[in-house]
Design a protein around this ligand. Structure first.
Ligand SMILES: *Cc1c(COP(=O)(O)O)cnc(C)c1O
Length: 462
C-alpha cells in the first residue's frame, strides 16, 4: 500500500515523499510522519544479514521513497556513503563481552549526522532538478551545520544558510562550517542559544511569503528523510549482533530526539529491540518527562556535550502523535499549551505508552568525564563526551545484561578535544583529511538574535 505523509498537527491534505522532503516542516507548524509503517517479517530481516551498508540502506529507504526511481535512489545511496572513511561505513567496536560502540563518526564531518545529510543533499538535488533553485536553511548546535554544509556545498541548484549560537559550538565544529569555501554556503553566528536559532528558523518557515519566495527547505532533524536514513544503522548493528534471533538494546545520546526516534521506527518496522535508552546530559527534559509524565522546559545549560544542550526536542512531537493515536488536533492544542505554559502533562495512557517504549537517564558532566577516563583506562578507547553520556546512561539503565548493548558513538573524539584531554590527558588527533583545519580561513557573519536582521541577510544573498 502506498505511503502518504501526514502533519502531526492534523493539516488535512496528505503529501507525497517528494513533497515532504522539499517541505521539511509542515505549513501548520507540524512535522511529517508516514500514515503507516511498512513492516519486515523475521524471515525478511534474516535475509538482510549479508547486505553491505548501502544495500541495506536501499532495502529500507526504498520502502518509503515512492516517486523516486529505484535506480536513481540506489545510485544516490551508493554515492552518499562513498565519502565515509571506514569500509564498513558504521563499524561496531566491542568494549566488553556485551557492550559495543556503533561508530557513526567516519563520515566527512566526523559525526553521525553525515549519515542523513550526505543522503539528503543528493536527494534534494535530484528532486529539485536543474531548472529550479532551493534555499536550505537550518539551525545547529554544532554538528548538524557542518554535516548539512558538507552535504550541500557546491551543489548547483541550492544555497545553504546555517545559524549557529555564537560562541557555543566548539572551535572544530565552527571551523568545519566556516572554512568551506563554496559560494553557496552562508554561515550566521547568532548572539543567542541554539533554541533561539531554532526559533528563528521556525519563524522563517511560518512566514508563507518568505518561504515561497526563497523555496525554503529544512535540513534540521525535522526533515523526514533524515530520520529515514538513520533507521538503517539500527538494522545494520542489530544484524551484526545476531538479529532477528537476538534482541539488542541501544543507548542513544539524545538532543532533538531524531536519532532515537529512528530507533523507535526500526522497532516498529519489525526489528527486535530490547531497550531504547534515551541518554541526556543535564538538559534532561526527556528524562524528567519519562520520570514524571510532564514535559516541562527548563533553562538551557552548557555542558561538555554541546550538541545535546537543548531543552525542546522537536522530534518528540512525532512520538506524541503516536502516543495520542494520530489525533493531530489534540497535538496542535497540546503544543499551543506548551508554548504558553512551557510545560505539557501527558495523559496517564500516553505516559504509560511512552514508558513501554523507552528508558531514560541523565548524566552529569562529572560522570561524563569519569566515563571517558574509565573507558580509556579499561579499553584504550577515547570516547567523545556525547558518546560517553550514552555509555554512562546505557550502563545505568540496562535491565538485561545478557542482551548486547549498543551505544551510538555519535561523534569522533577529535571534535571535542578539550573534554577528552581533561578526562584522559590525551589529545585526540584529527584524521588526516582535516589535519590542517585550524589553519584554514574562516568566513561567517555575527548577527543579533533578531529575525528581521536575519531575514535581511538572507534576502541580500539570494
Ligand atoms: C546531534 C547530536 C546528538 C543528538 O541527536 P538528536 O538526533 O538531536 O537527538 C548527539 N550527539 C551528537 C554528537 C550530535 O551531533
Amino acid at each position: 500500500m502506498a505511503i502518504s505523509y501526514l502533519s502531526t498537527r492534523g493539516a488535512p491534505t496528505p503529501l507525497t515523499f517528494r513533497e515532504v522532503v522539499l517541505a521539511g516542516l509542515a505549513s501548520d507548524g507540524g512535522l511529517y510522519v508516514p500514515d503507516h509503517i511498512p513492516e519486515f517479517s523475521m524471515a525478511e530481516i534474516a535475509a538482510m544479514q549479508a547486505l553491505s551498508y548501502p544495500e541495506l540502506a536501499f532495502a529500507i529507504i526504498s520502502r518509503f521513497a515512492e516517486g523516486i526511481a529505484p535506480e536513481a535512489l540506489e545510485a544516490m545511496i551508493a554515492d552518499a556513503y562513498k565519502p565515509f572513511s571506514h569500509a564498513a561505513v558504521a563499524p561496531l567496536k566491542q568494549l566488553d563481552s556485551q557492550t559495543f560502540l556503533l561508530e557513526l563518526f567516519h563520515g566527512p564531518t566526523l559525526a553521525f549526522k553525515d549519515f542523513a545529510l550526505q543522503f539528503l543533499g543528493r536527494l534534494l538535488e535530484h528532486i529539485i532538478g536543474k531548472d529550479e533553485r532551493l534555499t536550505v536553511i537550518g539551525a545547529t548546535s554544532g554538528d548538524t551545520g557542518s554535516a548539512a554544509i558538507a552535504g550541500c556545498a557546491g551543489r548547483a541548484n541550492m544555497d545553504i544558510f546555517i545559524l549557529h549560537p555564537a560562541g557555543r559550538v566548539s572551535e572544530v565544529q565552527r571551523r568545519q562550517m566556516t572554512t568551506v569555501p563554496d559560494k553557496n554556503v552562508h554561515n550566521i553566528a547568532v548572539k543567542g542559544t541554539f533554541d533561539d536559532c531554532q526559533n528563528i528558523v521556525k519563524a522563517l518557515f511560518a512566514d508563507a511569503e518568505f518561504r515561497q519566495n526563497h523555496r525554503l527547505t529544512a535540513v534540521n532533524s525535522i526533515n523526514w528523510a533524515r530520520i529515514l536514513a538513520q533507521i538503517v544503522y539500527y538494522f545494520y548493528a542489530a544484524l551484526r549482533l545476531g538479529a532477528p534471533a537476538r534482541a539488542v538494546s541501544f543507548a542513544v545520546p539524545t538532543g532533538n530526539f531524531g536519532d532515537i526516534y529512528a530507533g523507535y521506527m526500526a522497532r516498529r518496522m519489525g526489528l527486535p529491540i530490547d531497550q531504547l535508552i534515551i541518554a541526556t546530559n543535564r538538559n534532561d527534559i526527556l528524562t524528567r518527562c519519562l520520570d514524571t509524565g510532564t514535559y516541562g522546559m527548563g533553562e538551557v545549560a552548557q555542558t561538555l556535550s554541546p550538541s545535546m544542550d537543548i531543552q525542546v526536542s522537536s522530534n518528540f512531537e512525532r512520538l506524541l502523535f503516536d502516543l495520542y493515536n494520530h489525533d493531530g488536533k489534540a497535538i496542535a492544542a497540546m503544543l499551543e499549551g506548551f508554548r504558553r505554559d512551557r510545560k505539557l502533562a501527558l495523559s496517564p495512557l500516553a505516559w504509560n505508552r511512552l514508558k513501554a517504549q523507552f528508558t531514560a537517564g541523565a548524566v552529569s558532566d562529572e560522570d561524563t568525564k569519569k566515563t571517558i577516563a574509565d573507558t580509556y583506562r579499561a579499553t584504550g578507547e577515547l570516547l567523545d563526551p556525547h558518546t560517553a553520556v550514552g555509555l554512562a546512561a546505557g550502563q545505568r539503565c540496562r535491565r538485561d545484561t545478557s542482551a548486547p548493548l549498543v551505544v551510538l558513538a555519535t561523534a569522533h573524539p577529535a571534535k571535542f578535544p578539550d573534554a577528552v584531554r581533561a578526562a584522559t590527558g590525551v589529545h585526540p588527533p584529527l584524521p588526516a583529511h582535516l589535519a590542517d583545519l585550524l589553519q584554514r580561513n574562516e568566513c561567517f557573519e555575527v548577527l543579533d538574535n533578531d529575525i528581521t536582521a536575519i531575514r535581511r541577510f538572507i534576502d541580500a544573498r539570494r
